[in-house]
Every structure is written in C-alpha cells, then in structure tokens.
Ligand binder design. Structure first.
Ligand SMILES: [Zn+2]
Ligand SMILES: [Zn+2]
Length: 149
C-alpha cells in the first residue's frame, strides 16, 4: 500500500485525506467491495465525502493500473486491489466474489489472431467451496436424523 501511495505521489496526484482513506480501505480489503460499500465505510470517518469523490478516486487508481474494476455483479462495479490479472468466481449462495487461480492461456497471451489483448477477466458463476462444505455438513446431519427416526 505504501508503494501505491508513493507511486501516486511521484505522478503528482494530490492526496487529500479523503482520497487516502479510500486508498487505505481498498488496499486492505480483498473482498472486492463495490462503490457503495466503500462509500459507506469512508462516510463514517469523513461525513462530507460524496460518492462522486469515492468514484473518481477509484477511477484514478484504475487508470494508473493500481487496481482493477470488475463487473461480475452486472452494473455494480466492484474494485480489486490486486492489480495482476486473475479471474473471479461469484458465489450465488453467499454472494462473495472470490479470486480464482487457474492456469489460463488467455491471461498470458497478449496477442491473439493479430489482436492486441490489453485486459482479460473471466467471470465464473457458481457455488464457492465454503458454501459447498456447509451444504455437505447439513446433508450429513439430516441423514443422521433420518436414520434415528
Ligand atoms: Zn459461497
Ligand atoms: Zn480479485
């Protein structure tokens, strides 16, 4: 995170306390928060901050390659402090967006059929491993109950 702030300073970006608060919150948050979620947290400390300020700070970070913007939840833009390319899974049970580490030929291939690829993001939809485990446990319990009957 310090590096991010230093890079921004080097590029002559004015770092207001509000902007810093947005950067600090996002850099510590790996849950891919959306603008509203970030705004609601920052608002507690800086009641005068507007959603537009939050959004413009996020756009600035994105343009500088410090963060990624995801549209895995449709219109709701989410932000990821991990700048390296990776894919995401959205769990339909708990609603979490989870980083997926998978060998993907698209991620490393910058030229495909002569086209220059600048960004790759795959959105996977399903049920996350935690939710699957919970479901399994529930089913086991239920089976035990049925046996007792
Ligand atoms: Zn889940
Ligand atoms: Zn991610």
């Amino acid at each position: 995170m310090k590096e991010t702030i230093e890079r921004l300073k080097e590029k002559g970006v004015t770092l207001t306390p509000q902007r810093l608060a947005v950067i600090e919150f996002l850099m510590k948050n790996k849950n891919h928060p959306c603008v509203d979620e970030i705004y609601n947290v920052i608002k507690k400390k800086y009641p005068s901050i507007s959603p537009a300020t939050v959004y413009s700070t996020l756009q600035l970070l994105k343009e500088m390659g410090e963060i990624q913007e995801l549209h895995i939840r449709g219109d709701k833009a989410c932000f990821d402090p991990v700048a390296e390319r990776h894919h995401h899974l959205l769990c339909r049970v708990c609603g979490k967006t989870i980083d997926v580490k998978v060998q993907c030929p698209l991620i490393d291939n910058l030229k495909i059929a002569g086209h220059q690829v600048e960004d790759v993001q795959a959105y996977l939809y399903g049920v996350c491993v935690e939710c699957l485990k919970k479901k399994e446990k529930k089913e086991k319990k239920q089976k035990k109950k049925e046996v007792k009957k």
